[in-house]
Write a protein that binds this ligand. Structure first.
Ligand SMILES: Nc1nc2c(c(=O)[nH]1)N[C@H]1C(S)=C(S)[C@@H](COP(=O)(O)OP(=O)(O)OC[C@H]3O[C@@H](n4cnc5c(N)ncnc54)[C@H](O)[C@@H]3O)O[C@H]1N2
Ligand code: MOO
Length: 401
């Protein structure tokens, strides 16, 4: 049997990074930056007022207070967006609005609340410190500084920074294009009629969601029944719009395990057992004239889900030009549980303030317990008992963050 690491390496050997793509800023939300981004401008871009009030020289207002106001001449208004360059006369003030550029010579702002609101002449009742209510050019970000590193996901806050820094387009990791194929005669589309013996094709919906949540683009979701004839010519079409095929089901030892039967014949796909639970039967290789990578996942829903995180997600990340290893975290076991000997067990757990605990029944058909899980706990092959308080390595489930 192969180890998890050996099979992951075999899967990763099938994929090469796709080129990064340039997207407009509004399209960049949720994408991962493919290059460092330097600010093209200072932020703020110029000294400006943080308050509606009067731009002044602080020295002119020494001693100003409610009981000892200072009267100044007002030399005009500076609204936000004013592109003129003003110079403040000594002893005078200018009305200034929030965000408006400070006039040369001014070094503080008196808020309008500390005045009589005068337009030609104003009575000011505050002696501001130098710099009071002035937002300094470059105090937030300096032009040329790297503001976001390659590998960073664009969040609304980061998008705001890029917008303020006047960056219209960004280079982001591409979304690998994935075609999902469910297999099995027993499958009925979601919402379909369930005769005795039939089940819903939940893996198709699940893998489509995982692909999207994992940074891929879904280019097809199909279903093949267990007739080998259904595969004829499937990969002979122009599939230049597909970077990866994913199948579920039909890779074990059954009499109707068609994926294994058909793709073993083509020669490009290797089927193997991996020392893990769930997800033991696996396959990976290439199909079609372009030798497009394919990963064949086991049909049991939880096995397929777990295998996605262990093998497919690293492949998607590698295709996107990212580090295949998505950040694992460490925690402690909030309760004990037993684990299968000789295989890595990927226990579906809920992580909360007390630590990680199994999210419920661990059968590879049990989606009920999967729905609550937040992480996979990686229990190594030599461990048969996880005890309360033991350290555990956790792989976060895609789409939880
Ligand atoms: N004799 C043996 N039997 C099995 C072995 C083995 O080593 N020897 N391995 C078991 C393990 S472990 C797994 S995992 C499964 C993998 O089986 P397949 O990949 O061949 O999958 P199927 O047999 O087609 O289906 C298994 C199970 O999953 C359900 N299924 C399949 N596709 C879907 C779908 N799209 N949506 C929802 N559910 C699906 C299917 O109905 C079966 O219940 O093999 C074990 N057997
Ligand atoms: O290994 Mo299978 O994937 O447990 O159910």
């Amino acid at each position: 049997m192969r180890s998890v690491e050996e099979h992951r390496a075999a899967v990763l050997s099938l994929v090469s990074p796709l080129p990064p793509v340039s997207v407009g800023l509004s399209e960049s939300l949720g994408r991962v930056l493919a290059a460092d981004i330097a600010a093209a401008v200072d932020l703020p871009g110029f000294d400006n007022s943080a308050m509606d009030g009067y731009a002044v020289r602080a020295a002119d207002l020494a001693g100003a207070a409610p009981g000892s106001p200072v009267v100044v001449e007002v030399d005009g208004d500076i609204p936000a967006g004013d592109t003129r360059h003003h110079e403040l006369r000594p002893g005078a003030a200018m009305r200034i609005m929030t965000g408006a550029p400070m006039p040369a010579g001014a070094d503080a702002v008196v808020p309008v609340e500390e005045s009589d609101g005068g337009v030609e002449r104003a009575t000011l009742t505050l002696a501001p410190a130098v710099g009071r209510h002035v937002r300094r050019q470059g105090e937030d970000v300096r032009s040329g500084d790297v503001v976001l590193r390659a590998g960073t996901r664009v969040t609304p806050g980061r998008l705001a920074l890029l917008a303020a820094a006047n960056v219209p387009d960004v280079l982001v990791a591409p979304r690998p294009r994935v075609h999902v194929l469910s297999t099995g005669d027993e499958l009925v589309p979601v919402g379909g009629h369930l005769e005795h013996g039939r089940i819903v094709d939940s893996n198709g919906a699940m893998l489509a969601a995982l692909v999207r949540a994992g940074g891929g683009e879904l280019v097809g979701v199909g279903h093949l029944d267990d007739d080998p004839g259904a595969w004829t010519g499937l990969f002979d079409v122009d599939d230049s719009g597909t970077d990866l095929y994913l199948t579920t089901g039909g890779v074990s030892m059954g009499a109707y395990d068609t994926v294994k039967e058909v793709l073993s014949r083509t020669g490009g796909v290797e089927f193997t057992k991996v020392a893990m639970r769930p997800g033991m039967p696996q396959g990976a290789g290439v199909v079609g004239p372009r030798r497009t990578p394919i990963i064949t996942l086991p049909g049991n829903p939880v096995s397929s889900f777990v295998s996605f995180h262990v093998f497919v997600l690293p492949a998607l990340r590698a295709l996107a030009g990212l580090d295949p290893a998505a950040g694992a975290t460490d925690a402690v076991a909030a309760q004990g549980w037993s684990s299968v000997p000789g295989k890595v067990e990927l226990t579906r757990v809920v992580l909360d303030g007390d630590g990680a605990r199994p999210s419920g029944g661990q059968g590879s058909h049990m989606l009920g317990a999967l729905a609550d899980a937040t992480h996979l706990a990686v229990v190594d092959a030599a461990t048969t008992e996880v005890r309360q308080g033991d350290p555990v390595r956790l792989i976060p489930l895609v789409g939880q963050d």
